[in-house]
Ligand binder design. Structure first.
Ligand code: FAD
Length: 333
């Protein structure tokens, strides 16, 4: 266990924002959790790798930073393995372990920053695959009663970049481990996503090949937080009903959209941002990333407030131009 008092949050968030935290406790043994939680009256924030959170002011409560490690196969049959992974494990390192063992299901989710414990919070997703596609359950503690839980997939209410942990149970739980079902054979490869399809369609697929391709594409499109502080996509792609989509299409014939069901379309937030004049836009310490307009970057010295104001300006402009309200994917604190 490591305790930091009145310490900078800079190395605890990938936006590299330098806000103060009253108390951060790094925990590697989850058996310490009940004791720590039962002695605290303050507000509590559970933090993983800090890659989906924007601190806009000092945090005056207790920050629990889970560092618990470990993964084990707890069940296995001819075609699948059920793996339980500790919340403090790094997501991408776990993906690489799975790829090395030729376990399928995670390859499209390669190189997403952050830890296992946060993956269910927003049902992480990339290149046509979401956590829910391989999720079995997650274990943890309720922060108020300290009672233990194990939520199965349906109880987590996963949807596009959200779950019960971002709605009714927001800031009410600490997830300590996650169980995932991976394939050993008969893998369900998904290369529907355009960039993946172009490069892989005529090749013999493998989990390693898809993972390598995803890593290549992501490295070329997304900024490394070590050099440009960021949290990946700042906004979700907005979902509109078919009537709204039709009237948008009348006004903007090139608007990119993806039909998700009979009534709903997902619109490209990157396109809306680009069309609203934010391509390569910079404002002092803050900017839009040149290769991906959905990513807002800290050029080094930005405060959380500056980053937030820049994002709010984008949001307002999009609303004025398209009457579409963008929703933040990043958690604002
Ligand atoms: C360059 C870049 C690319 C990205 N690409 C993607 C992408 O392709 N797809 C995608 O979905 N996301 C992406 N993200 C966002 C981010 O990586 C994910 O949301 C990730 O799951 C966040 O993990 P974390 O450990 O950093 O969570 P944090 O940022 O530490 O926390 C995020 C939220 O989860 C809560 N939380 C964290 N751990 C726990 C826990 N153990 N128990 C309870 N609550 C917890 C926190 O309180 C907070 O509300 C990207 C981010 C970056 C910087």
């Amino acid at each position: 266990m490591k305790i930091h008092r009145n310490s900078s949050l800079k190395k605890f968030n990938t936006f590299n924002v330098d806000e103060l935290a009253q108390l951060i406790i790094e925990i590697d043994n989850i058996s310490d959790l009940p004791n720590i939680l039962s002695n605290k009256k303050d507000e509590i924030l559970v933090l993983g790798g800090g890659s989906n959170i924007l601190f806009t002011k000092p945090y005056n409560g207790l920050i629990i930073n889970l560092k618990n490690k470990g993964k084990k196969i707890i069940q296995e049959d001819e075609n699948t393995v059920l793996v339980e992974v500790s919340a403090g494990e790094n997501w991408h390192e776990f993906v690489l372990w799975a790829i090395k063992n030729n376990f399928g299901g995670l390859e499209n989710l390669s190189l997403i920053p952050g830890n296992l414990g946060a993956a269910p919070i927003q049902n992480i997703g990339a290149y046509g695959v979401e956590l829910k596609d391989i999720f079995y359950s997650c274990k943890g503690l309720m922060l108020d009663t300290l009672s233990e839980f194990e939520f199965k997939k349906t109880e987590c209410k996963f949807d596009y970049r959200t779950s019960i942990f971002k709605s009714t149970l927001k800031n009410k739980t600490v997830i300590t481990s996650v169980k995932l079902i991976l394939t050993k054979s008969k893998h369900n490869f998904n290369i529907d996503y355009k960039d993946l399809n172009i490069n892989l369609q005529d090749t013999e697929l493998s989990v390693k090949k898809i993972s390598d391709e995803v890593i290549k594409i992501r490295t070329s499109k997304l900024p490394n937080p070590k050099f440009f502080g960021n949290c990946g996509s700042f906004f979700k792609n907005p979902i509109v009903n078919s009537d709204t989509y039709k009237s948008l299409l009348d006004k903007f014939p090139n608007i990119p959209a993806h039909k998700i069901d009979e009534d709903n379309y997902k619109i490209s937030a990157a396109w809306l941002i680009d069309q609203s004049g934010f391509k390569n836009k910079k404002d002092k310490n803050v900017g839009v990333y040149e290769n991906q307009p959905l990513v807002i970057i800290n050029n080094g010295k930005a405060t959380g407030k500056e980053l937030l104001n820049f994002a709010l300006n984008i949001k307002e402009t999009i609303y004025n131009n398209f009457e579409i309200e963008l929703e933040e994917e990043v958690i604002i604190m």
